[in-house]
Design a protein around this ligand. Structure first.
Ligand SMILES: *[C@@H]1O[C@H](CO)[C@@H](O)[C@H](O)[C@H]1NC(C)=O
Ligand SMILES: *[C@@H]1O[C@H](CO)[C@@H](O)[C@H](O)[C@H]1NC(C)=O
Ligand SMILES: *[C@@H]1O[C@H](CO)[C@@H](O)[C@H](O)[C@H]1NC(C)=O
Ligand SMILES: *[C@@H]1O[C@H](CO)[C@@H](O)[C@H](O)[C@H]1NC(C)=O
Length: 193
């Protein structure tokens, strides 16, 4: 079972009503110089900085209606127990979760599959501060093969009570940051790949 710093937050948090309003999540307060506050991008089931959004709209949809632009990555609040979903139209939706190794992920289209031991709650934006759960500790870790590309992780506590950052290795760097929501118009993508 994944133990994040912040169970208290999801247990005591007041849950906002479901809202169809989409928002991006921007990376703030990193120690990484010159980064700015970019939106995190969905690609390959996890979230990135300096990697393009990967989305798709099938011909069967494109032939009968207009596909969303699909160039940005946006989210919608799930409403229920602080769940978070991708801002998509694909039937069944795409849910955001924290995998047992702390990687922030989203479900593949047409599958609700979330690995056992993952966490799906507490992924809630504070209406006043616009911050995604300030009791969760987010890290971005770059790739050993490309130090400019960063992936989004959450810190967790292992069985022995030690703090772990799943993306941290011998050959890369990690830096803490927070996620701040910014509203967007319309649907983000038909589906994210
Ligand atoms: C996110 O993806 C978009 C669209 O692919 C791209 O233009 C943008 O540069 C990416 N953002 C970052 C921070 O990599
Ligand atoms: C979509 O339209 C194109 C062009 O008319 C057609 O070739 C294709 O078979 C259509 N695809 C689907 C899935 O309906
Ligand atoms: C997506 O493309 C539209 C149209 O070119 C542009 O206005 C918008 O800023 C882009 N969004 C992102 C997140 O890149
Ligand atoms: C939102 O943040 C404010 C300011 O930090 C805090 O006072 C408030 O309790 C938070 N709301 C929730 C629902 O956590």
């Amino acid at each position: 079972m994944l133990r994040l710093y912040a169970f208290i937050a999801s247990a005591s948090g007041v849950l906002a009503a479901p809202s169809p309003a989409g928002f991006e999540l921007h990376a703030y307060y990193t120690n990484y110089p010159g980064l700015g506050a970019p939106a995190i991008n969905a690609s390959g089931g996890s979230f990135w900085i300096h990697k393009p959004t990967q989305s798709y709209c099938p011909d069967s949809v494109a032939n009968i209606t207009t596909c969303p632009l699909g160039n940005g990555t946006s989210f919608v609040a799930g409403g229920q127990a602080g769940t978070l979903f991708m801002n998509t139209e694909v039937p069944g939706g795409q849910q955001v979760y924290v995998a047992p190794n702390g990687l922030l992920k989203y479900t593949v289209p047409h599958s609700g599959n979330i690995p056992e031991g993952s966490l799906t709650t507490g992924l809630i934006v504070n209406a006043t501060t616009a911050q995604l759960n300030r009791y969760y500790t987010f890290w971005m870790c770059n790739l050993p093969e490309d130090s400019n590309v960063w992936q989004v992780w959450l810190q967790y506590e292992d069985e022995k009570g030690s703090i772990r950052i799943g993306g941290q290795g011998d050959k890369n760097a990690c830096t803490r940051f927070v996620l701040i929501s910014e509203p967007v118009q319309g649907i983000g993508a038909w589906e994210y790949l």
